[in-house]
Design a protein around this ligand. Structure first.
Ligand SMILES: [Zn+2]
Length: 233
């Protein structure tokens, strides 16, 4: 409802509060004549929290407003109700504060974690052909001059050397030929494609610095590891 004199609303509120206070004082001093019996605690409690279930025309409202015993009980219940509400507000504010703090901690972490993922969502497919590598007994494996992998997530398909066994392979990119300094690794079972054993793994090289590495393939049953020179650009 629109007030005609908005400037007077505060003054009106003050006046009402003053009248209510004067009335309270008079009632508590026993200067009023309550009619009817005292209502029960549940009714006073409802009145204290201005429950919508209570009809203002109920004669018990009139009684409570003019009975010193009901009025003092009402004032206690009202302050209890208000302090409960304050506690709830504090608890709510506390919970909101915790949520805010948590989001301040979690969100940047999530962003930190998700950003590299977003930057490297694209998986680059690469194929390394080792078919003709080290086929002659006693011969050093031929340098893999063509193996150049990007510093990104790579779906690496390796055509394993001739006579390679079928089975599960551990494919790793390592810093040295002893198998230590693993940059990325993946496991997959080889499949026969056109008479050649082929293994395909996803390697996350997004964090790798450009330089010389080794591509290691280890057959999980016989633990034979082979290292091939590799460049990450
Ligand atoms: Zn009463």
């Amino acid at each position: 409802m629109r007030r005609l004199w908005p400037w007077s609303s505060r003054a009106e509120d003050h006046l009402e509060a003053w009248i209510a206070k004067r009335h309270q004082e008079r009632v508590l001093a026993g200067e009023s004549n309550p009619t009817g019996p005292c209502p029960d605690e549940a009714f006073l409690r409802g009145l204290a929290r201005r429950s919508k279930a209570i009809d203002i025309a109920d004669p018990r409202v009139d009684h409570a407003a003019s009975c010193p015993a009901c009025m003092s009980r009402l004032l206690i219940l009202r302050s209890e109700y208000h302090s409960q509400q304050r506690k709830m507000q504090v608890a709510f504010a506390g919970a909101a504060c915790l949520i805010l703090i948590a989001s301040l901690i979690v969100v940047p972490r999530f962003m930190r974690h998700s950003q590299p993922a977003i930057a490297t969502t694209a998986v680059i497919s690469k194929t390394v052909n080792l078919w003709d590598v080290g086929t002659v007994r006693g011969q050093q494996p031929a340098p893999l001059q063509s193996v150049l992998l990007p510093a990104a997530r790579v779906r690496l398909t390796i055509i394993l050397p001739r006579f390679s066994q079928t089975g599960q392979y551990l494919v790793a990119v390592t810093r040295n030929q002893s198998g230590t300094g693993v940059v990325a690794e993946g496991t997959a079972t080889s499949v026969l494609k056109g008479g050649k054993e082929v293994v395909s793994v996803e390697l996350n090289l997004a964090g790798a610095k450009a330089g010389a590495y080794f591509l290691a393939t280890t057959h999980e049953q016989n633990q034979a590891a082979y290292y091939y020179p590799l460049q990450i650009r």
